[in-house]
Design a protein around this ligand. Structure first.
Ligand code: KMH
Ligand code: ZN
Length: 273
């Protein structure tokens, strides 16, 4: 098995400080948080940013400030969201890509998301994908529903596959695919040879999905975007606490944890700035 790549989804677009006091919001807070997460075992920082009021934004300047804060203190792979918050339009979602993060997320289908709809029609998926590839950005396909794997393969084949394929199974979003027994096996069996995957359980399913991904040779995403709790009724004290628990579970399963350089090797990241 490859060493375990731990992604930390540290900020998200939905949680607010009142619900989770440890949520990093400003570039300074994000930089400090990233350093702690790297020390705890993370190799990828999945990035959303907030405006001065703490609201989610796709403002390019806000992404740039956070990217600089992370890059100046860590070796982490920075992975921008291209999903933003439910309702963000296509231009806003594409804009930060011009900063050329090494990775960006790409959700390859529309899906209910709580009471809203996270809209990803194929023309938008194609547009975001083409923009990422033109800029040398490696996408991570966010799989909230099984059919999104087929869409990801369709779009990559149309374009001509010229990069490593990496998928993230996001299980347990209200309105989308739950973390049912057997789901990880079902999804991972549908990936092409050589592809890699990670998994995250949203909310209550978080720990069970983490354990299954480690055992089955996948990688793991954790962080306050995905679970604000460390245990039932106990808020996480930081993103780093969640990362450290994943690293500890990997150690118990006798699986090494990848540093950023190893993660770049596994994911075929070769971007030169
Ligand atoms: N906030 C969700 C609507 C991503 O980062 O690519 C979308 C999301 C996925 O978080
Ligand atoms: Zn996200």
């Amino acid at each position: 098995m490859d060493p375990l790549i731990i992604t930390v989804a540290a900020v998200g677009a939905e949680l607010i400080r009142d619900q989770q006091p440890a949520l990093p919001l400003t570039p300074d807070e994000i930089g400090r948080d990233a350093l702690e997460c790297e020390r705890a075992g993370a190799s990828i920082y999945h990035l959303h940013v907030r405006d001065a009021s703490g609201n989610p934004t796709m403002d390019v300047g806000a992404f740039e400030a956070a990217l600089d804060a992370i890059r100046s203190q860590t070796e982490l792979i920075v992975q921008f969201t291209s999903g933003g918050a439910v309702g963000d339009d296509a231009d806003a979602r594409a804009a930060p890509l011009r900063l050329r993060p090494e990775m960006a997320t790409l959700t390859t289908g529309s899906v209910n998301f709580g009471e809203g709809v996270f809209l990803n029609p194929l023309p938008l998926v194609r547009r975001l994908y083409a923009r990422m590839r033109a800029l040398g950005i490696v996408p991570e396909f966010e799989i909230f529903e099984a059919g999104m794997i087929a869409n990801a393969l369709l779009v990559t084949e149309e374009h001509g596959v010229d990069h490593h394929l990496h998928f993230d199974f996001v299980l347990g979003v209200a309105g989308a695919l739950p973390a049912w027994d057997g789901v990880i096996d079902f999804l991972s069996a549908r990936l092409p040879p050589g592809a890699t995957w990670s998994a995250t359980g949203i909310g209550r399913s978080h720990l069970a999905v983490t354990g299954a991904a480690i055992a089955k040779g996948g990688h793991v995403r954790t962080g306050l975007e995905d679970t604000r709790y460390f245990a039932p009724g106990v808020l996480a004290s930081s993103n780093a606490q969640l990362v450290a628990r994943v690293a500890d579970l990997a150690g118990q399963a006798r699986r090494g944890v990848a540093g950023p350089a190893e993660a770049r090797r596994v994911l075929g990241l070769t971007q030169v700035s």
